[in-house]
Design a protein around this ligand. Structure first.
Ligand SMILES: [Zn+2]
Length: 160
């Protein structure tokens, strides 16, 4: 899919954010912009090391801000512009947010070359839980299942 001028502008802004906040030592060299219908909903940048939040990737920060801005947990029709290909966490967050599409500049291979190797996470996600490097133990629980059953029949649940 070709990019138009608006796409190029938003992606350039995401890249500018990555440089600006890297130079301020706020975190890794990653920036993101979320826009919809020509309007910027939010900007984000990596704040992992400055906030001690391992989930504060540029894309997650931007998704949180965009959702707050529009007052919804869903961003249908929006585009996530990222200075780098989203890691598995950010990709999943984009799916949870029902993002319309993603445009990125640097690749995961580019990130790996400067010390950000998330390729292992892609491999881990694809494995059965029992084979993952991080011990992941399935402990079935009747109470946990009961909570699920109650959610499913809860009259005022908000599906997402
Ligand atoms: Zn990420």
């Amino acid at each position: 899919m070709d990019l138009d001028e608006t796409d190029r502008r938003h992606l350039a802004r995401a890249i500018a954010l990555s440089r600006e906040h890297m130079e301020r030592n706020e975190g890794g060299p990653f920036g993101a912009v979320i826009a919809r219908d020509g309007k910027v909903l939010a900007e984000g940048w990596n704040c992992v090391t400055s906030t001690n939040d391992p989930t504060a990737h540029a894309e997650v920060v931007a998704i949180r801000r965009a959702c707050s801005e529009v007052g919804s947990f869903a961003l249908e029709g929006a585009t996530l512009y990222s200075s780098c290909e989203p890691c598995p966490m950010c990709l999943a967050a984009a799916y949870w947010a029902r993002m319309g599409r993603i445009v990125y500049a640097n690749t995961r291979e580019d990130a790996m070359a400067i010390g950000f190797d998330d390729s292992i996470f892609y491999e881990e996600v694809a494995k059965p839980p029992s084979e993952r490097l991080m011990p992941t133990i399935h402990a079935p629980s009747a109470e946990a299942r009961a909570v699920f059953a109650d959610w499913f029949k809860k009259a005022d649940r908000v599906p997402y």
